[in-house]
Structures are given as structure tokens and as C-alpha cells.
Design a protein around this ligand. Structure first.
Ligand SMILES: CC(C)(COP(=O)(O)OP(=O)(O)OC[C@H]1O[C@@H](n2cnc3c(N)ncnc32)[C@H](O)[C@@H]1OP(=O)(O)O)[C@@H](O)C(=O)NCCC(=O)NCCS
Length: 155
């Protein structure tokens, strides 16, 4: 698992050639606009994102194409369309891993910021900006995302 590290240190440790970077960006674009979910998942895996089984990723999502290897999506996750998952921040010169745990749902148009873990079976409301970890079985919404309810474990 990756830890939060400084941008320059990440670049030093994970240096990729220009061809690899260009390849990943092109595959990321294909993933973004392809119509078929199974293909989309395969394309994201090719870019370096870890994607589990039975995952749905909506169209026109933006999953960090600069640092895809620090993004992990576990089994049974649903990411609605136009969600942004960003693992780096040039303003803070840092890269931090993103983990979306089993069974989580991310509503359309949401933004998941660097270093966030979205807990298992949690729900992120549409249009949310997720700045902090989301606990399992918790519904969050808004910008910044705040807890709006807890879910029963059976839900
Ligand atoms: C988050 C969500 C699941 C909550 O649904 P719910 O459990 O029925 O919640 P409620 O409608 O009872 O709302 C509870 C409170 O949260 C607020 N809220 C709900 N969704 C919100 C959102 N996306 N952003 C900000 N606030 C939200 C409501 O206004 C309400 O506030 P109040 O108590 O001050 O009146 C739902 O609103 C949502 O965003 N679903 C995602 C839809 C989506 O992305 N679909 C994509 C295709 S699958």
C-alpha cells in the first residue's frame, strides 16, 4: 500500500518514461468515454488503477491519470457517472492513496480528494466533495461532505 508522500519523492520512486505516461493517458481517455462497463474497468486496470470484481464505473469519470497506481477500488463498488477521483495535489505538492472499500456507492458528480478512504458499504451523495475518510455504513453528502445518516449493517 502507498503512503502519503511528497510529489518529488513519488516521482523519484515511481519514474515512468514518456511513452508509458502517454499510453496511460490515452487508455484513461478510452476508459472515460467507452460505453461498456466491462471494457471501462479493463481500461482503468491497464492504466494502473486497482479495480476489484463486480465494480461499476460510470461514464465520463475522471480517475487520476497522473497517479493511477495509488487508486484502489474494491469489489462491489458503484461509482456513478462524472465522479472525479484525484490522488494528487499540486498546491500541496503531495500524492496520497485513495481507497474505495467494498460495497461503497459514490453519487454522480462527486469529487474524492487525495488520501481519502471511502468505507465499506458507505454512500457518498451526489455532488459531494469528500475531503476526509468516510466511515463504513455511513451516508455523507455536501461540500465538504458531512455525515447525514448511518446505515443498518444489513442494508
Ligand atoms: C445521499 C442520498 C443517497 C441520500 O438519500 P436519502 O437517504 O433519501 O436522504 P434524504 O433525501 O432523506 O436527505 C437527508 C438530508 O441530506 C440532504 N441531502 C441528500 N442528498 C444530498 C446531496 N447529494 N448533497 C447534499 N445534501 C444532500 C437532504 O437535503 C436532507 O437534508 P435535510 O435533513 O436538511 O432536509 C441521495 O440524496 C443521493 O445523493 N443519491 C445519489 C444519486 C446518484 O448519484 N445517482 C446516480 C445514478 S445511480
Amino acid at each position: 500500500m502507498f503512503e502519503k508522500i511528497e510529489w518529488s519523492e513519488f516521482r523519484r520512486r515511481h519514474r515512468h518514461g514518456r511513452i508509458t505516461v502517454a499510453f496511460r493517458k490515452i487508455i484513461n481517455l478510452l476508459a472515460r468515454f467507452t460505453l461498456n462497463n466491462a471494457l471501462r474497468v479493463i481500461f482503468y486496470r491497464c492504466t494502473g488503477v486497482t479495480v476489484g470484481k463486480n465494480v461499476y464505473i460510470g461514464g465520463d469519470c475522471s480517475i487520476d491519470d497522473n497517479f493511477p497506481e495509488v487508486v484502489s477500488i474494491e469489489d462491489d463498488v458503484i461509482i456513478s457517472h462524472r465522479v472525479t477521483v484525484v490522488a494528487h495535489d499540486r498546491s500541496r505538492l503531495m500524492v496520497a492513496p485513495i481507497l474505495i472499500q467494498k460495497g461503497a456507492f459514490i453519487g454522480t458528480g462527486s469529487i474524492v480528494l487525495p488520501g481519502v478512504t471511502v468505507g465499506h458499504n458507505s454512500v457518498v451523495g451526489a455532488g459531494s466533495v469528500v475531503t476526509k475518510d468516510v466511515n463504513p455504513y455511513t451516508v455523507v453528502a455536501g461540500s465538504p461532505a458531512k455525515i447525514i445518516k448511518k446505515l443498518e449493517k444489513s442494508e
